[in-house]
Design a protein around this ligand. Structure first.
Ligand SMILES: [Zn+2]
Length: 381
């Protein structure tokens, strides 16, 4: 973990590579987002490749949008100080590059950036969050020494995004008794939210009603919420009605077996049902740092999944090798550890009955919460 962070944050250059095309910067906004975070939002007419890097003495953060131009209003704009940001300005270092320079304070800041796709009347938006050390999702890089003591940062409330599977027109699995997966997942998410809140976590749900949300939209919500952990909740169904048990999935390029692959295919169909292209929201990620982030995220996801299995094992029935791997779309965040829990089989009579019981779901919620506690205690910096 520490080694990874050093590597990530001491390297000066980070890239966000997406499909390139000629884009126009239509607007730039800088605002205090939280007490510890200043957010810069750039409205773009189209998808644009952004290269983000830091310059020293004085400290600056530079964002170069490739094959991008400014509209008239933003071409040579200056911004006054906002929060701990000293100011910002735009410029054109060479033809086809639109640059934004942010003047940073001397204190250490972490940065996180992402691109939002057009949605609900909003254009493409490039977002960068600058967070004070200790206030962000990751601690600031320690560039002076490897002194462990200096790395201890104040505790920040962890944010957990719960994702009740399916919803709206997409019922998910349907039991013989007419129970819908989408209803069970929402109930479970609400109850788990209560448990987690008792422990002091901030909990956000991707949906808190019976609505349809595309899979990529769920990931996007997790990013917007600045989530530290993403838990997608589902229930399985199988032809073989004796199949039962809980399982936890994390992402991998290759499914652990044909059954896992088929399950991921079923769950990923949520978007296809409504005629959406699964690939539509997939950013083309082509940079080694992003790959590091992904690998690290995959490892962290697996750590949490293993804790879930260990805690569940004490309480409920699991499928054999309960931590499994498959290519679920909702698990594809490059930087938020994500797991998908299949609570059990709605196609199994007795398990379906258990899942309808509040006392049984409480056991599940307690195990997931305990796993969260252990996970964050372990990964605490
Ligand atoms: Zn499902």
């Amino acid at each position: 973990m520490k080694h990874f962070l050093r590597l990530l944050f001491t390297v000066l250059t980070a890239f966000w590579i997406t499909q390139t095309s000629a884009a126009t910067i239509r607007d730039i906004r800088i605002a205090q987002h939280t007490p510890e975070t200043v957010r810069l939002v750039v409205d773009l007419s189209d998808n644009a490749e952004a290269v983000v890097f830091r310059l020293k003495s004085p400290e600056r953060l530079v964002i170069d949008f490739k094959q991008t131009t400014f509209n008239q209003a933003n071409g040579a704009r200056t911004f006054s100080a906002t929060g701990f940001i000293k100011g910002a300005r735009t410029g054109v270092p060479n033809t086809g590059t639109a640059r934004i320079v942010i003047d940073l304070p001397a204190e250490q800041l972490t940065e996180k950036h992402f691109l939002l796709k057009p949605q609900a009347g909003n254009p493409y938006r490039f977002v960068i969050d600058l967070t004070r050390a200790g206030g962000g999702i990751m601690p600031a890089a320690d560039t002076s020494s490897a002194n462990t003591a200096s790395r201890i940062s104040p505790k920040r409330t962890k944010i957990i995004m719960l994702d009740p599977g399916h919803g709206g027109q997409d019922p998910g699995a349907i039991s013989k008794n007419g129970h819908y997966e989408k209803d069970l997942t929402l109930k479970m998410a609400r109850e788990l939210r209560d448990e987690l809140r008792k422990e002091g976590y901030k909990v956000v749900l991707t949906r808190d009603s019976d609505i349809f949300i595309p899979l990529r939209g769920r990931i996007q919500k997790a990013h917007e919420a600045n989530a530290d952990l993403f838990i997608s909740i589902h229930a399985d169904s199988a032809k073989n009605t004796s199949a039962r048990g809980l399982s936890v999935y994390t992402i991998s390029e290759k499914a652990s077996d044909a059954e896992a692959a088929a399950l991921a295919e079923r769950e990923n169909k949520a978007d296809i049902i409504l005629g959406m292209d699964l690939g539509e929201y997939q950013p083309e990620v082509g940079n080694i740092l992003i790959d590091f982030a992904k690998k690290h995220t995959m490892e962290q996801s697996a750590v949490y999944a293993d804790h879930v299995v260990a805690e569940m094992k004490k309480r409920v029935k699991l499928v054999p090798n309960a931590h499994r791997f498959a290519g679920f779309v909702v698990l594809k965040s490059a930087n938020i550890p994500s797991v998908l829990v299949e609570l059990g089989y709605l196609s199994n009579k007795s398990e379906e009955k258990q899942l309808q019981q509040k006392s049984y779901r409480k056991k599940l919620a307690e195990a997931l919460t305990r796993a969260v506690n252990i996970y964050f205690a372990e990964t605490a910096e």
